[in-house]
Design a protein around this ligand. Structure first.
Ligand SMILES: Nc1nc2c(ncn2[C@@H]2O[C@H](COP(=O)(O)OP(=O)(O)OP(=O)(O)O)[C@@H](O)[C@H]2O)c(=O)[nH]1
Ligand SMILES: [Mg+2]
Length: 378
């Protein structure tokens, strides 16, 4: 069994924020932590007008944190923010005395560590590496093995007056550039593949949506595949393409499953994952899968639509697919009406992958979209 990590979650919130809202903010972080196989032992919510520059929580709270780490045998401290690497380093240093193996992460570190567990293809792995290097920044990255081993061998040719930091920066930039070039090559291959499909008039459908909405479940159902499905965030990292058979037009069309989106996805990660989302960027039809049981449904819809815009997806049609209706506990009639009113232009569909409900109708809607916007008849 995978190792369970004992985790402390830390958030700094404005003194005017209610405790309830603060706890809600921590919820997603908690599911991320459990996705990472961690159990959150303690949450610390610190009220401050703004985070402390050196330690995020301020020296008083740091003392409290040291006690908790010691008493609860904490292995990982996670900050619900994106912070400067120096802050992480400062906190790590303070906690070393009670646990020499302590890890201090911010949101990006946590997400990257989850990604790491799920990356299979070389382009997903490269993307994670690039994002990690960017996030570490030149100073911390420079402290890594690469820098010192090369330093040991003698870098040579160091220009007059060049400081160590400048050297580190240059090394850091160069390493990132190398990885980016490698990734660009893979992306180009992928793009050529997509172009070829297009020339052969194979239309692309892509399944997108917030993480854990049921995208892979739908993909499996449509393509009769058996990709991994799990009640956790970011189970899917690599986009995978399969075929769905459409009964009326008696055609097979390509459909791809993609990485899930998340609130506050750091810009650097969006950039890094663009190539994974290539299928979504080029798709003619997007199926935007939404978990109808999620109380934050509307907010998540907005987040997904915004990220789609940011990555430059310009589909001919977007179909909103409200999934998990088998598990919806509220007033069914009311919610259907509300959704129809709000999202009519996205021809909302209501399905349950679990019970198969709504799938034939969804497929008909896809066929309609395809015949409206593309020429699969040829
Ligand atoms: N009750 C119910 N649960 C569902 C349904 N469809 C999917 N799920 C569950 O929702 C969870 C997430 O499903 P996935 O298909 O892995 O979701 P995803 O959107 O691919 O998630 P990521 O790849 O992590 O972004 C799993 O526990 C599924 O069993 C459904 O129709 N009803
Ligand atoms: Mg998935």
């Amino acid at each position: 069994m995978a190792k369970i990590h004992r985790v402390v979650l830390i958030d700094v919130i404005d003194p005017h924020t209610h405790r309830q809202d603060a706890e809600k903010n921590l919820l997603e972080l908690k599911s991320l932590v459990s996705t990472y196989n961690g159990i959150d032992i303690v949450s610390i919510i610190q009220h401050r007008t703004r985070p402390d520059k050196a330690t995020f929580i301020g020296s008083g709270k740091v003392e409290e944190l040291i006690e908790i780490v010691k008493k609860e045998q904490i292995g990982v401290v996670v900050l619900n923010a994106i912070v400067n690497p120096t802050v992480l380093f400062n906190l790590t240093q303070k906690l070393w005395t009670v646990n020499p193996q302590i890890q201090v992460w911010d949101r990006i570190d946590l997400i990257l560590n989850i990604f790491d567990k799920h990356a299979h293809t070389s382009s997903a792995k490269l993307q994670i590496e690039i994002a990690r290097m960017r996030h570490m920044g030149p100073r911390v990255f420079g402290l890594g093995t690469t820098y010192f081993s090369r330093q040991g061998g003698g870098i040579g040719g160091r220009g007059v007056g060049e400081t160590n930091i400048e050297l580190m920066k240059r090394h850091w930039r160069k390493q990132i550039k190398l990885k980016q070039d490698e990734l660009a090559k893979l992306a180009r291959q992928h793009e050529l593949q997509l172009e070829r499909r297009r020339e052969n008039n194979l239309t692309g459908i892509s399944i997108v949506g917030y993480t854990n909405a049921g995208k892979t479940s739908l993909f499996n159902l449509l393509t009769k595949r058996t990709k991994k499905v799990k009640d956790a965030l970011f189970v899917t990292l690599d986009s995978v393409t399969g075929k769905v058979y459409l009964n009326e037009s008696k055609k097979e069309v390509l459909v791809s499953d993609t990485i899930g989106f998340i609130k506050n996805l750091p810009a650097s990660l969006v950039e890094s994952f663009k190539s994974t989302l290539m299928d979504a960027i080029h798709a003619d039809i997007l199926l935007h899968v939404i978990d109808i049981t999620d109380p934050e449904r509307d907010e998540k819809i907005e987040i997904v639509e915004r990220i789609l815009m940011e990555i430059g997806a310009r589909p001919k049609k977007i179909i909103f697919v409200f999934n998990k209706i088998d598990a919806y506990e509220g007033n069914g009639e009311e919610i259907l009406k509300e959704i129809h009113n709000k999202y009519e232009i996205f021809t909302p569909q209501f399905i349950s992958v679990k019970t198969d409900f709504g799938i034939p109708k969804l497929k008909r809607e896809i066929e309609k979209g395809l015949s409206e916007y593309t020429s699969i008849e040829n």
